[in-house]
Design a protein around this ligand. Structure first.
Ligand code: MN
Ligand code: MN
Length: 462
């Protein structure tokens, strides 16, 4: 009997050639997924495509169900042998990520460049978005209802966009200001053009506005040529500036994955892989929901505070088991709020309390409670449920760890867990540890990706 607990390094647990091969294949698929999915819409479209291939459809009558809301959040269910009244095995994750949204009227011209003004979405450190290549993804919806998908800056030869940073020679005053004040959100302006509209730009002399702001006029001409839109169409657009380019392996050993949006797309990916991997009909009905808007407080019709999940369960009950009650199903459900956890930053170790901190490489991390200032706004999972979960993973030899988000009173954060706990289900936060969370280049471990997928699979089958 081991009296003291030590978490295990996944690289040591999964050292067999067969496992390393499966790990590598999973990581390759994940890098492709991360490189292709930079917005919640692109993520949901990717997931739907893979589900369709696996026989999922919109009908609640079948045993493999998927239903999306506005293309931004997705409900998935796979029917089990047991009645719904015995509860679901539920995993919820979020598909939205911190970024710079273009304002509704974004385009301006000043000092020889055309810029798109932005309004940041979620918790970003503003300096990380300066002087780096950015892409624009999103949709423009015309008043006739036609939605135009936009993806600019990802192709190898395609131009990118960027926000210029101040040169050090003129940053003397700026360098003396506190970090919270020094980066002004109204200066996060994306450079989108430089050449004025004119004869060379292909326009007529009297094009509206061209004389006064010829670069701005040129932007609208280019957008019109490419997408057939005018400035007013941008009022009904959602355009997001995100880091340009693919995700990459990191390190001499390629043991880490660097890329944008791993909070929380890594959990979306692990949960999807775990669901699709399962061959036999499960005991309990398996249910995944991928939400939008988590990074801005889970508000909105596509966020976890909305009734979308509940409506889907109601329809599932009506189709499969009309005599069961929503409350019975929810109270019997076991859930995982799948979200990433902050790994101990090697250069900022003093911000973590090491007995209760997550190590990258040591597998999925449970977080019994999140919140801040004395567990305020936390779902604090019940010990009976924690015991059930660790027993489950231990029996299958899957490494796991448990941590809090930093030192007490050192900050904090929240997830979707508390909104699900409101239904009375058992729920806990669990996900892989990441470094550089919320940055344009987040880092996750290849072995953690693998162990988390196995853990989610074990949970769904339990
Ligand atoms: Mn998250
Ligand atoms: Mn986050």
């Amino acid at each position: 009997m081991t009296l003291e607990f030590t978490s295990r390094n996944c690289w040591e647990v999964y050292a067999a050639p067969k496992e390393l091969k499966a790990m590598q294949a999973l990581a390759d698929r994940y890098i492709d997924f991360l490189s292709r999915c930079k917005t919640e819409r692109e993520t949901i479209a990717y997931v739907k495509e893979r589900l369709q291939k696996a026989g999922y459809d919109e009908s609640m009558k079948g045993g493999k169900v998927m239903r999306d809301l506005h293309g931004k959040s997705l409900f998935i269910a796979r029917r089990g042998k047991a009645p719904l009244a015995r509860g679901l095995r539920f995993i919820g994750a979020h598909a939205d990520t911190p970024r710079l949204d273009l304002k509704q009227r974004p385009m301006q011209e000043q000092a020889g460049v055309g810029q798109a003004k932005t309004h940041y979405y979620g918790g970003i450190r503003k300096y990380q978005w300066l002087a780096r290549p950015l892409a624009i993804h999103g949709v423009i919806v015309r008043q006739d209802g036609k939605s135009i998908a936009v993806s600019l800056g990802e192709g190898p030869g395609e131009p990118v966009f960027t926000i210029a940073d101040l040169l050090p020679h003129l940053a003397k005053d700026q360098a003396e200001q506190p970090l919270a004040k020094v980066f002004d959100a109204e200066r996060l302006n994306l450079i989108v053009a430089h050449r004025p509209l004119g004869k060379a730009g292909g326009g007529k002399k009297d094009t509206s506005g061209a004389a006064k702001e010829p670069i701005r006029a040129h932007i609208f001409k280019l957008l019109n040529d490419k997408y057939g839109v005018v400035e007013e169409d941008l009022y009904s657009a959602e355009l997001q500036a995100v880091p340009a380019g693919p995700a990459r392996y990191v390190g001499l050993d390629s043991a880490l994955i660097g890329g944008y949006g791993q909070d929380d797309r890594i959990c979306v990916f692990c949960a999807l892989e775990a669901l699709l991997d399962a061959q036999n009909i499960p005991e309990h009905t398996q249910c995944l929901v991928f939400w939008d808007k988590e990074e801005i407080g889970s508000e909105g019709s596509t966020g976890a505070k909305s009734r979308f999940f509940e409506y889907c369960i109601e329809d599932l009950i009506a189709a499969w088991e009309p005599k069961s009650r929503l409350s019975t199903v929810m109270l019997a459900t076991k859930g995982i709020s799948a979200d990433v956890h902050a790994a101990i930053d090697p250069d900022w170790q003093e911000l973590h309390e090491k007995l209760n901190a997550a190590l990258i490489g040591h597998g999925p991390c449970f977080c019994k409670f999140t919140g801040s200032r004395g567990k305020y706004e936390a779902n604090d999972a019940h010990p009976e449920y924690v015991a059930w979960l660790r027993g489950l993973l231990n029996r299958q030899g899957i490494p796991w760890q448990m941590a809090e988000l930093g030192k007490v009173d050192g900050g904090g954060g929240g997830t979707v867990a508390m909104h699900l706990a409101a239904y009375g289900m058992d729920i806990i936060d669990c996900g892989p540890p990441v470094l550089s969370m919320h940055s344009p280049f987040e880092l996750a471990g290849v072995a953690d990706l693998y162990a988390t997928t196995l853990a989610f699979g074990a949970f769904l089958r339990a």
